[in-house]
Design a protein around this ligand. Sequence first.
Ligand code: C5P
Length: 227
Amino acid sequence: QKKITIAIDGYSSTGKSTIAKQLAKKLGYIYVDTGAMYRAVTLFAMQNGFIDSEKTNASALVKLLPKIDLKFVYNKDLGFAEMFLNNENVEKEIRSLDVSKNVSQIATIAEVRYKLVEMQKKMGIEKGIVMDGRDIGTVVFPDAELKLFMTASAEKRATRRYKELLDKGDKVTFDDVLKNVQQRDYIDSNREFSPLRQAADAIEFDNSDMGLEEQFERIYNYAIRVI
Ligand code: C5P
């Protein structure tokens, strides 16, 4: 059976990672969550005081980029890889609303994107990979055999993310979450370097009114048609 590259892009909180993880597991592929990498760099910037009251000291961060070591470490019990920043497990911190509020700003910085895209390309050299993000089908793997572009209404997406954060015990309001989802979509779609775009050869997948099972079945069928 030939191995392919699967690129999943789309707006914030469209459930990309849930589907991507499931698909990778079923196919025996590697799964890479590129959002986690942008989130870890953002956490580093916050820890070092490069972001305060919504202003970002991009040049200070860029100088320290070589000192940022990012690693995915597979956790057997969880069944997926966790993000390590300079040898520390930051999986939990990077999912907070605080990091979500700053990450899109950090993701506009060309040097940050360059570093992470290089790492991502290397991870996919042998194919057999499902990668999700914003620029996977357009920039990281323009030759991916299967590209999906996930969409859903902002309200649906915010509702899902709000429930997730509440379940984790984060004290957030629905309005805050909705605002964050819309803000990230806006910044991600309008930035200068590799903005969020649907690749010409990507399949648009609107899951506003679709359960997980149906989504998985449809997407798995797309995959096996190509493999
Ligand atoms: O996927 P997730 O929502 O965790 O991504 C967080 C943020 O990281 C996005 O809103 C976007 O600003 C940035 N990102 C990106 N390119 C990617 C993945 C994520 O710019 N490939």
